[in-house]
Design a protein. Structure first.
Length: 470
């Protein structure tokens, strides 16, 4: 099968999603106060800054979408998804309890912690057990996230709800001139497409083709809600976007073309904002943007080029304080250039071979080797800088590395797209990307770090490898 066919199929899936979307066309502008549509809720906050402690309980739940029948779900300390965890640098004692009847793990995606605290497939939490890593947080402010990472079960467990957002903060965002009022002018938005059956329930039943393309939905969920409206003040609002979807990449833009001022990528702030009219966000990636809602009718955030579908409708609520009315000038440190005297280069190919296409084993791999729990693929020297040349086959694959932040050096030989200017831990590889990173976190043979495709069906099927840092 040729690449073009895959692109066509993906486009077809998008059209299907649009047809089934509640956002068939541009929804009528509605004042949040008078709209019959539900108001978008934020995940509850879990602020660890005072206590230095973090407790999560993975549990079974139920989710009713738009008044339909309930779907059995899972969540952290709630029915679906988990709280937004606020943390700062320093020690953090975590306690993750598993009340489910299957093993889970909790990977801190975007936290720079050693392999033994990373929460990958080698750190399962058995049913009825708890995991209590005593962590030390030391990194720049960033929007990170957490999700289950059990090999072979990640896709279904994350789809079911085992994910949540993390804000790493240094408490200085107000001084930076940034919005800081959670749920008012600082919105956390978990974007997920989900497949909703005609009876209104969320289903996960991947076919062979679904595994090939990754499992795509026909409805947009934002923070676990369908069709909710985000109420915002008539000022500058910060949107922290997480693509928490299993497989779908979004090409996000506002329907009225208003600019997005990108201020942060996966690993933290840019030195100053970068103005974009749209951005691509692939599974696992985060981006923070400032949007000015002071003028014009409230827009709709949409995804796609030719036949865009609605992701999230906004509405101006004049009762909300518009605290920030001018764009901050600069707020992040200069981006470090990671060129040392000795940079080891490795090449990695994200493989989808014939075996994978036929649904057999062996198709999904990295450098022709499907993931194996008992095989270390790479050994990296602690403190060293490496350049990885990553190539994708068949379709674009979002490539994620644990335990390090990287800079994108080039994409297909050209300078990186604007979305990839800052610190990253996940990058959408379309043909080829070169990334450079320093490995400052140790990982043993028993608790190694992962690198993998963040299309979760691909990851589960074997597009993953593991490495030590020592
Ligand atoms: Cu992939």
């Amino acid at each position: 099968m040729k690449r073009r066919h895959f692109l066509k199929s993906t486009a077809a899936a998008l059209v299907a999603a649009q047809t089934g979307s509640i956002f068939g066309g541009r929804p009528a502008h509605a004042d949040a106060g008078s709209s019959s549509r539900p108001r978008l809720k934020m995940p509850p906050l879990l602020d660890t800054r005072e206590t230095g402690r973090l407790s999560l309980s993975a549990r079974a739940g139920a989710l009713s979408l738009a008044g339909g029948p309930a779907t059995a779900t899972t969540g952290f300390s709630q029915d679906y998804l988990g709280p937004t965890i606020i943390m700062q640098n320093g020690s953090l004692a975590a306690n993750v309890e598993n009340t489910l009847d299957e093993a889970i793990s909790v990977h801190w995606h975007g936290l720079l912690v050693p392999g033994e605290h990373d929460g990958g497939p080698h750190l399962p939490i058995s049913p009825g057990q708890s995991w209590t890593p005593d962590m030390s947080i030391a990194q720049q402010p960033a929007t990170a996230w957490y999700h289950s990472h059990i090999h072979g079960r990640t896709a279904e467990q994350v789809y079911s709800g085992l994910a949540g957002v993390i804000h790493v903060t240094d408490g200085h965002d107000a001084e930076r001139g940034l919005p800081v009022d959670y749920g008012v002018d600082d919105l956390t938005l978990v974007l997920q497409d989900r497949r909703i059956s005609p009876s209104g329930q969320m289903v996960y039943d991947p076919s062979m083709m679904d595994v090939m393309h990754g499992f795509m939905g026909n409805r947009m969920l934002v923070n676990g809600q369908v069709g909710a409206v985000a109420a915002v003040p008539a000022g500058i609002v910060r949107l922290r976007l997480l693509n928490g979807s299993n497989a779908r990449s979004y090409r996000l833009a506002f329907d009225d073309g208003r600019p997005m001022h990108m201020i942060a990528t996966d690993g933290g702030f840019l030195p100053g904002s970068v103005t974009l009219d749209g951005l691509t966000l692939s599974p696992g990636e985060r981006v923070e943007i400032l949007v000015d809602f002071a003028t014009g009718a409230a827009p709709v955030l949409r995804s796609g080029f030719e036949q865009p579908f609605g992701v999230l409708e906004f509405a101006i609520d004049d009762t909300l304080p518009a605290r920030i009315t001018s764009h901050p000038e600069g707020f992040g440190p200069e981006l470090e250039v990671l060129t040392g005297t000795q940079v080891r280069t490795r090449t990695l190919s994200l493989d989808m071979g014939m075996g994978g296409m036929m649904g057999g084993a062996g198709g999904f791999a990295i450098n022709q080797r499907p993931f194996a729990m008992d095989r270390i693929d790479l050994e990296v020297e602690l403190g060293s800088v490496e350049k990885w040349v990553v190539s994708s086959t068949m379709i674009a694959h979002p490539f994620h590395v644990h335990g390090a932040l990287f800079r994108v050096v080039s994409e297909n030989g050209s300078p990186p797209r604007p979305e990839n200017l800052g610190w990253k831990d996940t990058v959408l590889v379309r043909d080829q990307a070169e990334i450079i990173m320093r490995f400052d976190q140790p990982a043993s043979r028993d608790k190694p770090f992962m690198y993998h495709c963040h299309i979760l069906e691909h990851e589960d099927a074997g597009m993953m490898g593991q490495f030590t840092v020592s």
